[in-house]
Design a protein around this ligand. Structure first.
Ligand SMILES: Cc1cc2nc3c(=O)[nH]c(=O)nc-3n(C[C@H](O)[C@H](O)[C@H](O)COP(=O)(O)OP(=O)(O)OC[C@H]3O[C@@H](n4cnc5c(N)ncnc54)[C@H](O)[C@@H]3O)c2cc1C
Length: 448
């Protein structure tokens, strides 16, 4: 028998959970059912920290309590097809679900590049599955040499975490000349690299892995330089692709970036089907061209838009484009990036002015726990509108980048930032006379 629900959400990652909760808030009378195919999920952003910082990996469990508390039903099942004409989703166990509105929150699949020997045991893509990750942790327990492949933020976080395990030799391999190259300009990414090296991580930039060596289990890796190193395990952190098979089989539009095409309200080419999170196509905030951003924060923002607009469009809740905002952490060093980097802005053809500031995040700077904080801002040369920012410092940098992100989304200008009103306190912030965002804006204005 076909089961009926008003709203069916497929996938219980950040996008699925938040779209279900938002839909319930806006449409409390509707029945909502979330279908998930992973029995024990985990908080994706916490995955690297399951390997050392969290002594019990179960502490990183992604609970479903918030859904249950809000009378949202959760079932374990794998959707296999969407029959759009009859509005029925079929699951792999033969069950069928009829919906009024469908939200696709399928997420993404980790990239497994076609490198010789990649299928050997001991080479691990990152799956957001607690049981799988516990197995990986167990299997890497006695490793002496581990390779992290990919110098984006996931690879950097894994390398940082592994470096804390005593007796473990950590290699971080990246094909590009520097780490975090997509989201930070060189003066910032070099700081992450230095910090990792200080911790003993062997950073192998400009290095392409050409083969994994060994019999059944990986025992080594060869680079394009011909150099070989011994490893007992490898983590693949080289990105992910949107999970769109079911959507494309259902003949929903797929965007140029291979995500499910969506409009400003997260509606797919079928107005009763929404797509959110990693599986949905992203458009750049400035150019509206496709953007390959996959972040939990972006996923939840999209989920809030979809949940609110499911039955009636709320023009105040629309997707104005993706700005790519995130922060990362390397042994106490915090790096945050929002919007365009200087390099990406120039590549895109924007005429820009960039400026920087450096100060201490408490005042006076001799207070305990003070850290140096550096801010870089990128403005449009002609309009003075803020287009991007980067921050490096201590813990406080994690929220400074969010202020910059807000300013980018509100298209705040250089002169507005110069006269920003902010709260300051000796223990909590930089001095009002040296507030890093204000000083960077002033430095930019001086260049005009
Ligand atoms: C190691 C790591 C660290 C990260 N750190 C950060 C961070 O610090 N900050 C940040 O913003 N982002 C981070 N991310 C990115 C973030 O995890 C993703 O952007 C986010 O998980 C996307 O959420 P989602 O709900 O769209 O997809 P997912 O989290 O991938 O969830 C999709 C779910 O749908 C399920 N599903 C798929 N197909 C079906 C089906 N047919 N039937 C039923 N269920 C199905 C999947 O199994 C999965 O559980 C990190 C990612 C990784 C891997």
């Amino acid at each position: 028998m076909v089961k009926k629900t008003d709203v069916l959400v497929i996938g219980a990652g950040p996008a699925g959970i938040i779209s279900a909760l938002t839909a319930k808030r806006y449409y409390p009378d509707k029945n909502i059912l979330v279908m998930k195919d992973v029995k024990n999920g985990c908080i994706p952003c916490g995955i690297p920290y399951m390997f050392w910082s969290l002594k019990n990996p179960d502490d990183n469990k992604l609970g479903m309590d918030s859904l249950k508390k809000n009378n949202i039903d959760v079932i374990l099942g794998k959707a296999v097809t969407v029959d759009r004409e009859n509005k029925i989703v079929a699951a792999s166990d033969g069950e069928e679900y009829k919906y009024e509105k469908l939200i696709l929150a399928f997420g993404s699949n980790p990239i497994k590049p076609p490198i010789a020997g990649i299928d050997k045991a001991g080479i691990y893509p990152i799956l957001k599955d607690m049981d799988y990750l516990k197995t990986v942790i167990g299997e890497l327990k006695d490793a002496k040499n581990v390779l992290v492949l990919g110098g984006g933020f996931i690879g950097v976080e894994f390398a940082d975490e592994f470096s804390k395990i005593s007796g473990l030799n950590v290699y971080l391999a990246e094909i590009l000349p520097r780490l975090l190259g997509n989201s930070f300009d060189e003066e910032f990414s070099v700081l992450a690299e230095e910090k990792l090296k200080e911790q003993g991580v062997q950073v192998l930039t400009n290095n392409k892995v050409t083969e994994f060596l060994g019999e059944k289990k990986v025992q080594g890796v060869r680079f394009d330089s011909g150099e070989e190193i011994k490893i007992d395990g490898a983590i693949l952190g080289i990105g992910a692709v949107p999970n769109t098979d079911i959507a494309s089989n259902a003949k929903l539009g797929i965007g140029k970036g291979k995500g499910i095409w969506v409009d400003e309200y997260m509606r797919t080419s079928d107005p009763d089907i929404f797509a959110v999170g990693d599986c949905a196509e992203k458009k750049d905030f400035y150019t509206r061209r496709r953007a390959s951003v996959m972040l939990a924060s972006t996923a939840t923002a999209e989920a809030r838009i979809a949940g609110a607009n499911l039955y009636r469009l709320k023009v105040v809740r629309e997707n104005k484009g993706t700005i790519a905002i995130y922060s990362t952490y390397v042994d106490g060093l915090v790096l945050g990036s929002a919007g365009l980097t200087e390099q990406s802005a120039k590549k895109e053809g924007f005429e820009i002015i960039s400026s920087a500031s450096e100060t201490i995040d408490k005042h006076p700077g001799s207070l305990p726990g003070s850290n140096k904080i550096q801010v870089k801002l990128i403005f449009s040369k002609h309009s003075g509108i803020l287009m991007g920012g980067q921050v490096v410092g201590g813990i406080s940098a994690g929220e400074v980048i969010n202020i910059i992100g807000m300013a980018i989304q509100q298209r705040v200008s250089m002169s507005e930032l110069e006269t920003l009103q902010m709260a300051t306190h000796p223990y909590l912030t930089s001095a009002p006379t040296m507030y890093p965002i204000v000083i960077a804006a002033q430095n930019a204005a001086a260049k005009v």
